[in-house]
Design a protein around this ligand. Sequence first.
Ligand code: SF4
Length: 297
Amino acid sequence: MIVWPSAGVDVKANQTGHAGSAHDAASELGTIDLPAAAGPRVAVIFLQPRCNMHCTFCITEDNFSAMTFEQGAALLGALKAGGTVRSVVLGGGEPFDWPHDVMALGRYGRSLGLLMQVGTNGVALPEGFESADAFDRYVLPLESVEPGPHNAMRLYRRRHHAIIMDRLDALRRVGKSVTISTVITRHNVEHVAAVGEFLRRYVRLGGNVHAWHLYQFLPIGRGGSENELDLAIPETLYLAACTEAEALGLPFRIYRRGDMYHSRTVEFFWIERGRVRWGSEAWRSTLVTVGGESLGT
Ligand code: SF4
């Protein structure tokens, strides 16, 4: 069982202008009852559904609420108190489009001893993000080494690919850990191995790649459901692309994510109608989605 911290956690010092505390938020949100045996190692927190991009395959839904800063801090405290979670990924929507200070929340999580990651599209990262003490790891997307297929899937002024390359370069220069996520669709299934070779070179040049996640396109959410005809591929093609990537012998782990929402070690948390919800309780065997691709195992 995870219960909210019994003592107040004052987060005011972490974010100017936010009254209240994690303890106040804890009493609003109630108790999370997770069986200890199923305690997750990694927690993904969907801070909000809003995003500053429109990806064609986006599986995020608009059916949950933005957390307040205090709710996010209270949830981190509760996860820490639960004892099994070692690593937290702040995700969304887009965490850097959240109306609160995501860097302060990252620092707060680190102050609790959690390994803090942020799953971001990279567009709105602040200057100096690569050296900031808020996050141990960034989780960034890369759909293709070529700008064309990537930008056709990740819609942002036709220059999202260039933004990601800049972000990766900045992280490489300081040796900051990064996990790469690639969503495999009809548009990039032939490009997956090239992404792997790019990442191999990135590591040779000093880049610190922790893992590479290969997501199967799912025809759900605010993008995926309407673009199924354009993006979907047979599962056999997805699996073949994963096998080809694994055969490259890359110096980091590759994770197949055919169904990101059901994992023995990863749990998902969000706020819905003022209450904390979590994936294994809300979804059970059905595939009802809320947030986007931001696993950071
Ligand atoms: S996939 Fe991620 S970056 Fe793209 S629109 Fe959805 S939430 Fe935003």
